[in-house]
Each structure stands twice: as structure tokens, then as C-alpha cells.
Write a protein that binds this ligand. Structure first.
Ligand code: SAM
Length: 341
């Protein structure tokens, strides 16, 4: 199948606040081989297969978004690399890179399967990948992920570099769990040539502990890091919630994702699709649109495109996350593994 020719791309994904939606994040599965304690409960019930979009359906919906002006696709999950035959989808979506309709196809992964997939990902047109690592201490890494093996992830990272993939490490800032490690992470990322992004923990989905106990504002971390490192502000923005600095001593970029202590919605250019075909127009709001029905009810994409238009027409202005000690429930009931981080 050929990619969409750039002259056939319409740029009609404009929301009510004049923001152009150019970035789609797609959760390709809710399943994961880790159980990161801030992300999932130890015992998770996963979705029955019939509810999950097939690889062909995922391709159809991603391609509809590309036709309507999306320039960047990120596959996430759950763990995207544990989805059976995931490379069939990645290879197929790569055709939009070849045609020039898409600027970037990328993934967020826990890295556990990267040693197997780094080469094929590069061959399919992927050039950058985000890998989540919350601790560089093997025992602690296992404690946070409940089943991950740091050695295996590092093997995957080496394979990624070998294949030519640029790597960004994502680490969630967790009070009392990894807040003594950020200097080590900056140093290690500097040595390996990785960028690093620190993320505030977000109140999404029931987990087995009280999130308020883990919440650590990144403004506090930044001030602490500034005592050791030279942090130069960068104007660079991904249109998302991250603010970037350059670490003078290592030359690498360091990002801070601050959904709680900093409002980043005014420049939001993204929407998120779950593996069941539900489109969330905002990570922190519950309003959503079902794209699975229009996908399954007709072979052509007319109804699907109309449903996308309708959904973008009600993208909200922003969200209002709080982690409140009085209200201990999550602000958003779904887990990040459902919406895709
Ligand atoms: N399995 C992949 C991974 O580990 O990166 C992709 C999915 S995971 C849900 C995506 C990102 O969301 C990870 O970096 C993870 O640390 C982050 N995440 C999950 N739950 C979160 C929460 N409640 N607050 C902040 N970040 C969260």
C-alpha cells in the first residue's frame, strides 16, 4: 500500500481554540510486562481481545489522522512492543514517512523488548524512541516495576544506539523512591548521549498506594539540580507539557514535564487514542469520542472522518489536575496504560 501523497493531506484538524492538532498518540495495547507501582495495580484486569482494535483497524485510524493533517505519530501502551506482530503496524505506518505525509513515527517503551526490535524499528523509519527508566539501581528498578530487569533494558538501549535510534529516557519523579538519583541519571545520560525527561506523577487510575505521598514538584528538583549543574533554558518546545534546558556539563537536553505545577494546555497540539478506539481530546479530562463504531460499521472512512471532526470540535481548553490530600481518589479514573502515556 502506498503512503498518502502530501498534496492529498488536508490540514483541517483545528480545535475551537484555533489550535492545530498535529500529533496523535496511540495506545496499541493495554497490556504490559511491567507493573510500575505508580501506573498500575499489581493485579490488573486486561481487556478482552475483541474490544481491542486489530492492527488493520489501528492502521486505518492512524492513516485517517495523517490524511487530516497529523504530522507525528507516537505508539505507546501498555507496552507497545509486547503487542503481537506490532512490527506489521510499524512497517505499514512507515509508508507515510516515505511519502512525506508524516514527519515522525516514534514509540514510548519500557525497553524490555528493545534488544529484539531496535533494528527493525530503524528500518521502518523510526529515528527516536522514549524509554522509561525510573531507577538506575537494579533492585530498586525491580521494586518500582515489580517485575522489570534493568540489565535487559540496558541491553535494549545498547541495541537502539547500535541501530542508530536516538534515545530519550523518561523518569517519573517519585518522592522517597528515586529522588536521590537524578544527579546519577543526568551523569549516566550524559555518558550515553541520551536526553532525559523528568515527569511529575499524575493522578490517573487506582493504584495500591496514596499518590499524594509520592508527589514531588519538579520546581523543587530543578532548584536542587541547579546547585550541581548548569541548566540553560532552551526555547525548544514539542508543543507539549515539557520545558527543556541544556545541561552545560553534559551537553544533553533535560526536560521537565509538569502537568500539576505548570499549566501547559495553551499550546496543546495532541490527542490520544486508546487501544479500543476511544479518542481522548485531553489527557486530564474524561470527555471522549468512540472511533471504533465508525471504523467497524463501514469499510470506507467517511463516518470515521466525520467522527474525528466532531471530536476535534469539542477538544477542551485544558485540564485541572490536582493531587488533593482530602480527596484521595484519582482525578482521572483511567490508568495511563489505557490512554497511553
Ligand atoms: N510501557 C511504555 C513505557 O513504559 O514507557 C509506554 C506506556 S507508559 C504508560 C508511558 C509513560 O507514562 C511512562 O514513562 C510512565 O512512567 C508514565 N506514567 C505512567 N503512569 C503515570 C502517572 N500516573 N504519572 C506520570 N507518569 C506516568
Amino acid at each position: 500500500m502506498n503512503g498518502i501523497a502530501p498534496e492529498n493531506v488536508r490540514r483541517d484538524l483545528i480545535d475551537p481554540f484555533g489550535r492545530e492538532v498535529s500529533y496523535l498518540r496511540v495506545s496499541v495495547t493495554d497490556r504490559c510486562d511491567f507493573r510500575c507501582e505508580y501506573c498500575m495495580a499489581e493485579e490488573m484486569t486486561f481487556l478482552p481481545k475483541s474490544e481491542v482494535l486489530s492492527l488493520e483497524e489501528l492502521d486505518r485510524v492512524c492513516s485517517a489522522f495523517v490524511r487530516k493533517g497529523v504530522r507525528k505519530l507516537r505508539l505507546t501502551g501498555g507496552e507497545p512492543l509486547v503487542r503481537k506482530d506490532i512490527m506489521v503496524l510499524v512497517r505499514s505506518l512507515g509508508r507515510h514517512l516515505e511519502s512525506g505525509a508524516l514527519d515522525e513515527l516514534t514509540l514510548t517503551s519500557n525497553g524490555s523488548q528493545l534488544h529484539r526490535f531496535a533494528g527493525p524499528l530503524y528500518e521502518s523509519g523510526v529515528r527516536r524512541i522514549n524509554v522509561s527508566i525510573d531507577s538506575l539501581q537494579p533492585d530498586r528498578f525491580r521494586q518500582i516495576t515489580r517485575r522489570g530487569e534493568l540489565k535487559k533494558v540496558k541491553r535494549g538501549l545498547a541495541a537502539a544506539s547500535e541501530a542508530g535510534l536516538a534515545v530519550k529516557i523518561n523518569a517519573v519523579a517519585l518522592k522517597g523512591l528515586n529522588d536521590d538519583e537524578y544527579d546519577d541519571m543526568i551523569r549516566w545520560c550524559g555518558e550515553c548521549g541520551y536526553d532525559l525527561t523528568l515527569i511529575e506523577t499524575m493522578p490517573m487510575g487506582e493504584v495500591d498506594h496514596d499518590r499524594a505521598d509520592r508527589y514531588l514538584p519538579l520546581s523543587v528538583i530543578r532548584s536542587r539540580l541547579e546547585q550541581t549543574w548548569t541548566l540553560e533554558d532552551l526555547n525548544f518546545s514539542s508543543g507539549g507539557p515539557a520545558r527543556y534546558v541544556r545541561v552545560g556539563e553534559t551537553g544533553q537536553k533535560l526536560g521537565f514535564i509538569t502537568p500539576l505545577s505548570h499549566n501547559f494546555c495553551e499550546s496543546c497540539n495532541r490527542v490520544r487514542l486508546t487501544c479500543t478506539g476511544t479518542l481522548y481530546m485531553c489527557l486530564g479530562q474524561n470527555d471522549a469520542a468512540d472511533l471504533r463504531f465508525p471504523l467497524r460499521v463501514a469499510k470506507d472512512d467517511e463516518l470515521l472522518e466525520a467522527a474525528i471532526d466532531e471530536a476535534i470540535g469539542r477538544k477542551p481548553k485544558g485540564h485541572d489536575f490536582i493531587i488533593d490530600r482530602r480527596d484521595r481518589g484519582p482525578a482521572v479514573p483511567r490508568h495511563m496504560s489505557v490512554t497511553g502515556g
